[in-house]
Ligand binder design. Sequence first.
Ligand code: SF4
Length: 257
Amino acid sequence: MPTFLFHDVIFGPVISRRLGVSLGVNLLPTSSKFCNFNCIYCECGWTLNRKSPQFPTRELVNQLLIERLQERHAKHEKLDVITFAGNGEPTIHPHFPEIIDDTILARNQYFPEARVVVLSNATMLHNAKVVQALQKVDQAALKLDSAIDATLRLIDAPQMPLTAAQIEERMRAFGHNFTLQTLFLTGIYNGTVVDNTTPQEVEAWLAVVDRLRPRDVMIYTIDRETPATDLHKVPLEKLQEIAARVEALGVQTQVRG
Ligand code: SF4
């Protein structure tokens, strides 16, 4: 099914169903996706990593971001959030920590009320500098799509050995000040049933939420075309049912159906 790439370093603003008026920052190549996951639902398509990806430089990112912020500021246009997302995992960029510092400075100058948000798959939490950078932003949204290894491998296809327990351990070391984000979906992939909403899945995932106690949880489902065919949205009622169980643990939850 058709998916799409972000062809700019700074994109939008878009009205994000999760975040509001969002100016996006894409730290990955603008001509191809680059990620250490290969999620079957990724709106950027399949991961076909090149050996030498052309990351935008720290200087270019800063220059383009400041230009866009200045432009919006001069026109008195609203901005709720600067979101690091784009064509892959933003924390892979070799200068991610420095770019976060630049971004916070620029945000403070032009839109001090706007939040800086990073959507991350949490794979770089073994890197102390990445952790420090994520702890500086207003919202680090860290992905955990399943607490069961076989499902994690099926849905996210990490490009390295990685278990749900390792992700949990790294999140625990991060502390409580993060958003745990989970995309729920159902379907069939390569002849295998995909469903991270089964009772067994939800129990295992809730147990992780309870142990980690993040500041909040973001639950959502497929919204756009996916590279794997035969994947399905989870009905809003089901997402709300899962959210109610998270709330019962005392953890605030956002649902986007
Ligand atoms: S982690 Fe994000 S960018 Fe990477 S494959 Fe998954 S959905 Fe796509």
